[in-house]
Write a protein that binds this ligand. Structure first.
Ligand SMILES: Nc1ncnc2c1ncn2[C@@H]1O[C@H](COP(=O)(O)OP(=O)(O)OP(=O)(O)O)[C@@H](O)[C@H]1O
Length: 290
């Protein structure tokens, strides 16, 4: 079992901006979702976790090793799957993996070959191994991304908004692959897409303005809202009158009619109970936390 401990980590950038406020997390194998809006501090936290920047305060440990003192230890065991690779060169999937494997310091021709073939099989790209990567579909590119992230057998993989631009079928296939991989290693998924966290993560945290405002299992988040959410169809003009009096969690158009969902201990007049989902939980925490 791998362990990542983040103890009381704060980060102040050189310009004086405090991007992280006393973060505490304990993470083990599985897919852990870090969910937050743009600018919340997800990248700042990820960079600190992988030792690319030092926290202003606090400590981080990966499998017991101090990340601040020995950043290379985690970096040797790290894989990274970015949202998009900048450029897909005109080389085959196999050759690109071979090149990346050399860069990662995987020595020995035969061992490298075996590892590449195993990974291509895992991500279901064996038949496409001689095709140039720039001709791949979005889903194939993401699966190729997983293969390159797993070169060198990492114990922790950082994944940045992985399903943006994938169609539902590719998204499901990709999520199944990530879940399978997460059985043996830590996968840190940084995203603002609630759906990815719902589908993939056994544990999650919500980050807002550099602070963790909630942490737990997605089902716990949803269960905590049972009997507290109420919905009503309204005219758009009613909204300014309702907003000051209710804790509005979401506004959505259903068949051209605006529906608002509010949080309240008891059903307000004219509203109906609505089954909570993770998106409601996300907005409840984002809106209520100071
Ligand atoms: N090098 C830096 N110097 C000063 N401020 C920074 C620096 N890097 C990031 N910030 C600020 O820290 C805050 C958090 O940024 P960060 O990139 O960690 O957020 P994020 O949640 O990853 O956002 P996004 O989803 O948009 O990538 C932002 O207000 C950003 O402007």
């Amino acid at each position: 079992m791998n362990t990542l401990k983040v103890n009381n980590v704060s980060l102040v950038y050189n310009n004086g901006y405090q991007a992280l406020h006393a973060i505490n997390l304990n993470i083990t194998n599985g897919v852990f979702g870090l969910l937050g809006p743009n600018g919340a501090g997800k990248s700042s936290l990820m960079k600190t976790i992988v030792g690319l920047q030092k926290p202003s305060e606090g400590e981080l440990f990966f499998n017991g090793t101090d990340i601040v003192k020995k950043p290379l230890e985690i970096q040797k065991q790290l894989g990274f799957l970015p949202q998009y690779f900048g450029v897909y060169p005109k080389v085959s999937a196999y050759d690109l993996l071979e090149h990346l494997a050399r860069l990662k310091g995987i020595h020995g021709r035969k061992g490298r070959h075996n590892q590449i073939m195993t990974l291509l099989d895992k991500v279901n790209l064996t038949d496409a191994k001689n095709k140039e990567v720039h001709t791949f579909s979005g889903g194939m590119k993401q699966r190729f991304g997983v293969a390159q992230a797993l070169l060198g057998d990492p114990k922790i993989v950082i994944v940045d908004e992985p399903t943006a631009g994938l169609d539902p079928e590719e998204r499901n296939r990709f999520n199944a692959l990530l879940s399978e991989i997460g059985e043996d290693i830590i996968i840190l998924l940084s995203t603002h897409l609630v759906e990815d966290v719902r589908n993939l993560c056994s544990q999650m945290a919500i980050i807002k303005q550099g602070s963790i405002v909630a942490e737990g299992n997605p089902n716990q988040f949803i269960n905590a809202l049972h009997g507290k959410l109420w919905q009503k169809a309204i005219n758009k003009e009613e909204l300014p009158k309702l907003e000051p009096n209710f804790k509005v969690i979401s506004k959505q158009f259903i068949e051209k009619v605006m529906h608002i969902t509010v949080y309240a201990e008891a059903c307000p007049t004219g509203f109906q109970a609505v089954a909570p989902n993770l998106e409601h939980a996300y907005f409840t925490h984002l809106n209520s936390a100071k």
